[in-house]
Design a protein around this ligand. Structure first.
Ligand code: S3P
Length: 172
């Protein structure tokens, strides 16, 4: 079984994924970190040097390779991964893939992302916290049709451990 976590930047995919994998004794792969290791560049550098289209094609290629592995794992996607091309469709096709949307409130996303904007190319151009909040609100609206197709939606507004418990209770 592969548990695939999706959701907006700052929704906690990596921290929830790590703890969930640890609890289930599955391997854990963070797609962004995997890409950074492969290319030996940060995500911000990849966007700058190679561009977003290159990144979107490459993230799909890395994800496809992971999905082909015959191994139980928890995979944390990038915030945009399921929203491009046929990724979401393909994720839903395989019965062994359990997709989980981590849903986080707008105010919490804004507070978490505000200090990290410089390292996140999608939001690094924004100037004010209010501007960031407006951007996230619109962007979430555009991405919701993809995120909402996940098999389970679990709120991640409080602590990571309770989110992991909620996911486990839905799985088994
Ligand atoms: C992106 C989210 C990032 C990373 C890239 C693009 C997005 O991942 O893949 O900066 O389009 O939402 P995280 O959600 O892990 O920060």
């Amino acid at each position: 079984m592969k548990i695939i976590l999706l959701g907006y930047m700052g929704s906690g995919k990596s921290s929830v994924g790590k703890l969930l994998a640890n609890k289930l004794k599955y391997s854990f792969i963070d797609l962004d970190s995997q890409i950074e290791n492969n290319i030996e560049m940060s995500i911000a550098e990849i966007f700058q040097v190679k561009g977003e289209i290159w990144f979107r094609n490459y993230e799909k290629q890395v994800l496809d390779e992971l999905l082909e592995r015959d191994e139980a794992m928890v995979i944390s996607l990038g915030g945009g991964t399921p929203c491009y091309g046929t990724v979401m469709e393909e994720l839903l096709q395989h019965p062994n893939n359990i997709t989980v949307y981590l849903k986080t409130d707008l105010d919490i996303l804004t507070d978490r992302l505000w200090p990290e904007m410089a390292s996140r190319p999608i939001i690094s151009h924004l100037q004010t916290k209010e501007g960031l909040k407006d951007f996230i609100r619109k962007h979430l609206f555009e991405r919701f049709p993809y995120y909402s197709q996940a098999k389970f939606t679990v709120e991640n507004n409080a602590d990571v451990a309770s989110t992991v418990e909620k996911i486990v209770s839905r799985l088994f």
